[in-house]
Write a protein that binds this ligand. Sequence first.
Ligand SMILES: Nc1ncnc2c1ncn2[C@@H]1O[C@H](COP(=O)(O)OP(=O)(O)OP(=O)(O)O)[C@@H](O)[C@H]1O
Length: 594
Amino acid sequence: MTDIPVTPPAARKRRSNWQLLMANRLAAAGLFLFGFIVVVALLAPILPMPNPDITDQPNRLLPPLSAGHLFGTDHLGRDILSRLIWGTQVSLLVGISATALAALFGSLIGLVAGYTRGATDSVLMRFVDMLMAFPYILLAIAIVAALGPGLLNALYAIAIVNIPFFARNIRGVTVSIRNREFVDAARLSGKSHAAILFTEVLPNVLPVIVITMSTTVGWMILETAGLSFLGLGAQPPTSDLGSMLGQARAQLFTAPHASIVPGIMIFILVMSINLLGDGIRDVLDPRLRSGALDRPMPVTRIDRKTVPAPTLSDAPALVVENLSTGFDTGDTITPAIRDISFRLGKGECLGLIGESGSGKSVTALSLMGLVASPPGVITDGAVYIEGRDVLSLREQQLIGLRGARVAYVFQDPLTTLHPLFVVGDQIAEAILAHNPVGRQAAHARAVALMETVGIRDAASRASAYPHELSGGQRQRIGIAMALANDPDIIIADEPTTALDVTVQARILELLQQLRRERGLALLLITHDFGVVAQVCDRVAVMKNGEIVEQGDTQAILRDPQHDYTRRLIACVPELGEGHGFLDRVRPLFPEARP
Ligand SMILES: Nc1ncnc2c1ncn2[C@@H]1O[C@H](COP(=O)(O)OP(=O)(O)OP(=O)(O)O)[C@@H](O)[C@H]1O
């Protein structure tokens, strides 16, 4: 077995937000550039530069690199470098202030509308919709025209046209948070609405506000420059980057440097802010950070040090040897399962049992390369189906085996069934994925399968949506889909956990019956030894990602070798044996108080 750098979760190095931001090269470059621009702009009063407003007609339109004028002079002979630095200061000040104003008022509107809903929500959001109905630059021009040209009015105009952007984003997040349990708990504890809004909801919304600010500030600097370019923003003698560009427009062909210099500055400034903003968004959004929003690869990344030789063709239905899967955390691969080996014969049922987090699902998903990558990686081992190592197959071959030779039944069919399609069509689709038999034939087979799994009045229930069926019926649909292409192996991952005991018993009986009738090999994942005792010929006990004991179910029930197995068995309560159960369990948990 290959060594994987094992990092226990508790000891795993958690990188700070700053380290994560610096690890993103583009964001780091953006931060460096933006920081440099801000520092230079702030130092403008003490830098040894000519006064940006002093005109010098004899030296007008000097080219760059002229004596005393690194970037040349403009049409009034003013030093472009000096005006650039002072203008950048003004642009930054106006852009950042406008962003802060838009964030403050937009977030307040979004928070109040999303939290109160009802009439207040409607009034506020219709006002926001009205603002959004105008082309934003026309609205900004109209606002400045009404208030009068000037930098402060341009700032207000830019802030107002950007309020809807914040209001809509924040309202959406607030609506999704207002009904969460911790908000209900705060309500029950007697907190006022204002207190709930600012102490419970706002902290959860804050990252979204910061992300929205960081991604819009560059845009607002551009908008301010746009208004100044049109002569509606900075008024002489004050100038910002937009007004510099506007004043140099007349000499675009005779002295292009006068426009190019502020143009490049606007580009660098906005680019650096956008790069930094994207970096901040990535750091603050944990889903982006973990890669959870990335589209997973069709097959789990396989990075095995050794590729196993094929075994004999008369091998059992499924043989798993030394299978190890981990999750790529950036610095290292954290193992989730290690050295998993078991065999499953035709018509046999193997129970895979263990507590939550012991690695049962990762094992089941690894068999067909279904662990999401990133971050999942199969680091070692082999999965043989009738002697062939499926992890050595080409991607398309492995995908072809899914559903056809090996089918899955998952724990909660409500999350795996598509809510907008009727169940008959979903089973038919599973059939058509591997058998081009035509829609009608597929539908007829779907109804037959529904009958096989014991759904009464299957023909009419085929046109029901998943939410119109009971939990037990939905699980039967899940089993019917698994049977759609006559697989040899069914992997059932806690198929009865979401069901009550009577329905659980019926589903288990159905799986047993299908196993007997069709000679299916069944890998049953559960955390309940009672289920294993009822259904499985053999059992493998998992703990902390490893199989600690496996063998014949009866033998293990009679004489469990591992202490953990004994605890799992002791956890199965027997009807009417409450006292006996407690007496059996108590010695196994000496740390627990009686
Ligand atoms: N996408 C993931 N990223 C990182 N770690 C993961 C991911 N999915 C699972 N794990 C880790 O792998 C380990 C095994 O998880 P697994 O889902 O296989 O447990 P399980 O035994 O099936 O639990 P349960 O009975 O609750 O479903 C856990 O420590 C879990 O945190």
